[in-house]
Write a protein that binds this ligand. Structure first.
Ligand code: HEC
Length: 151
C-alpha cells in the first residue's frame, strides 16, 4: 500500500522533475558510447554535450558546426570546460537527415536549454555544401563566437 503511494506521487511529480526527453535510438546506439548517457561526457576525453550543445545550438554558426560534426566527424584540439581535449569523433554521413536532426535536437535540449529543433532540411543544406574534413569541423567549433558560449 505504502509503495502504491510512493508510485502515485512519483508519477505526479514526473512531469515537473523528470522532463528529460527520451534519447533517440541513434544516440543510444552510436553516441552514448563516448558522450555517455545523458550527454555527461568524460572530462578530458569526450566533450560533455549536456548544457554545452544547447548553447552552441543557439548560434547559426554553431548549428552548422554541430551538423557538420555529426556528418563528417571532428578531430583536433578542443577546449571543453577549460580542459584540453585531443580527440577524434567519427562522422555519421550514412545516417538519414531526419535521424541526424533528431539526435542533435535531443543533445541540444540536454541540460535545460531549448534552442529550436534541428530539421531534416537544415541537415540536408549542410550536406549539399562542401564536404569537410574532421579537422575543418574542429576549426568550425573553435570559432570565437562558439567558444564564447561553450568555453
Ligand atoms: C568515438 C567517440 C565518439 C562518438 C561515437 C561520438 N562522438 Fe561526438 N565527439 C567525440 C570527441 C572526441 C569530440 C571532440 C573532438 C575534438 O577533439 O576535436 C566530439 C565532439 C562532438 C561535438 C562538439 C562538442 C563541442 O563541445 O564542441 C558534438 C556536438 C558531438 N560530438 C556530437 C556527437 C553525436 C550527436 C554523436 C552520435 C551521432 C557523437 N558525437 C558520437 C567523440 C565521439
Amino acid at each position: 500500500m505504502k509503495r502504491a503511494w510512493v508510485f502515485a506521487v512519483a508519477l505526479l511529480l514526473k512531469p515537473v522533475l523528470g522532463r528529460a526527453e527520451p534519447a533517440p535510438p541513434l544516440y543510444e546506439n552510436r553516441c552514448s558510447v563516448c558522450h555517455q548517457a545523458g550527454g555527461v561526457g568524460v572530462p578530458g576525453a569526450y566533450p560533455r554535450l549536456a548544457g554545452r550543445a544547447g548553447a552552441i545550438a543557439g548560434l547559426t554558426d554553431g548549428r552548422r558546426a554541430m551538423v557538420s560534426a555529426a556528418l563528417y566527424g571532428v578531430a583536433g584540439v578542443l577546449k571543453v570546460d577549460g580542459q584540453t581535449v585531443v580527440g577524434v569523433m567519427p562522422g555519421f554521413a550514412e545516417v538519414k537527415d531526419a535521424e541526424i536532426a533528431a539526435v542533435l535536437t535531443y543533445v541540444s535540449h540536454l541540460g535545460g536549454a531549448h534552442p529550436k529543433p534541428f530539421t531534416a532540411a537544415e541537415v540536408a543544406k549542410v550536406r549539399q555544401g562542401d564536404s569537410l574534413t574532421p579537422n575543418q569541423v574542429n576549426a568550425l567549433l573553435r570559432q570565437p563566437a562558439i567558444t564564447a558560449v561553450a568555453p
